[in-house]
Write a protein that binds this ligand. Structure first.
Ligand code: NDP
Length: 342
């Protein structure tokens, strides 16, 4: 088998030298364990955080360790009576061609119900994140206005579609004209603004104000940076900000040019929260897996019926995962970033 190890910790944006593609001994499943050949692996923004040796909600990947990832694949050996060879399962197998985990840490996936890749995106962790964050912390009400950035990604596109189905006005923010067209045409956003097309947060704010004539009730926070600076002054009293992610700041120094990451000052941030009576709630989805069955029960039939759309961006080959990951952090992906291994 092969895996991709963390060769060194990045300073700022990750580089190819931070990753090492190398052979690894194929594990033999122990008591209760299941060996899986990974068909598709998920690439997610949170993996950037695992590359840093910083205290966080999850431990960093050690130098030389396998990069962390969820994947879906076929069982090839099993010491758990609940799984047999030929079954398909999702698990945290890492950036690797094979994974060996206790059966109780796997989730069975049925390729007859939905394509395997959907277990990594629209019907997996990111889709669940969008649904949970919006419903739990956004508290959407018919007629309200919602804004979300990374609008064509698996989190943002779920947020926008659920909001639209509930009768909200949904305004997306995405990078580039193509993604903005996709947000409107495929995911049903009322409008979508290209955050790269504005020179400053105040220009972006003016365009947002035009698209949000009744102000913003819910800002689903995926990115931070200057999108946050543009949105804050437009928030309505008693608005809600579920804090899901802040990808503009994951590389500490910022991802784009200086102008792209102009950020609100702490006093501006606090003052806006104070005088607008905002509810700001951070959440980490891995603490809420108990709600995953509710999510699947509601959303899986809608995906099967074509009422919830999804987009996937599939890179080929484990060895190409680092390039796909580095590109995704800069917006190079269109839809859920996946790596096809088999
Ligand atoms: P995406 O597939 O949407 O990929 C990330 C996108 O972020 C890029 O495609 C790019 O989109 C956008 N982006 C990158 N840099 C910037 C920037 N400086 N300003 C604005 N946008 C930027 O990711 P996901 O849907 O998987 O995740 C979205 C967010 O949700 C991330 O912040 C992620 O960390 C977070 N998340 C949080 C979870 C939790 O438990 N709290 C769980 C899962 C995800 P574009 O080209 O359109 O700008």
């Amino acid at each position: 088998m092969y895996h991709i190890a963390l060769a060194s910790r990045p300073e700022g944006a990750p580089e190819p030298a931070n990753f090492r593609h190398e052979p690894k001994a194929l594990p033999t499943p122990g008591e209760g364990e299941v060996l899986v050949r990974v068909h598709y692996m998920s690439l997610d923004p949170y993996m950037r955080g695992r590359m840093d040796d910083a205290k966080s909600y999850a431990a960093p990947v050690p130098i030389g360790g396998t990069m962390e990832a969820g994947g879906v694949g076929e069982v090839i050996a099993s010491n758990d009576p609940k799984f047999k060879p030929g079954d398909f399962a999702f698990g945290m197998f890492g950036w690797a061609s094979h994974g060996c985990l206790p059966g109780k840490m796997l989730r069975r996936v049925d390729p007859a119900q939905a394509p395997l890749t959907t277990s990594l995106g629209v019907l997996g962790m990111p889709g669940f994140t969008g649904w949970y964050g919006l419903m739990q912390h956004g508290r959407p009400q018919r007629g309200e206005t919602l804004v979300v950035a990374a609008a064509t990604g698996p989190v943002g596109s779920m947020v926008g579609q659920v909001a639209k189905a509930l009768g909200l006005r949904a305004v997306g923010i995405a990078g580039g004209a193509e993604k903005c067209a996709m947000a409107v045409d495929k995911f049903g956003f009322d409008a979508c603004l290209d955050h790269r097309a504005y020179d400053s947060a105040s220009d972006l704010r003016k365009a947002l104000a035009d698209q949000c004539p009744n102000g913003i009730d819910i800002y689903f926070e995926n990115v931070g940076g200057r999108v946050l600076a543009a949105v804050l002054p437009l928030m309505n009293p008693h608005g809600r900000i579920p804090i899901c992610g802040m990808i503009a700041w994951y590389n500490a120094g910022g991802l784009g040019s200086g102008a792209q990451v102009a950020e609100p000052s702490a006093p501006a941030l606090w003052r806006n929260i104070l005088v607008r009576f905002l509810s700001v709630n951070g959440f980490i989805i891995s603490n809420h897996w108990n709600r995953f069955p509710d999510f699947l029960a509601e959303i899986a039939p809608k995906v099967a019926a074509g009422e919830i759309a999804y987009a996937e961006d599939v890179a080929e080959g484990l060895e190409n995962a680092p390039a796909a990951f580095m590109s995704m952090l800069k917006g190079g992906n269109t839809g859920k970033q996946i790596v096809k291994l088999v």
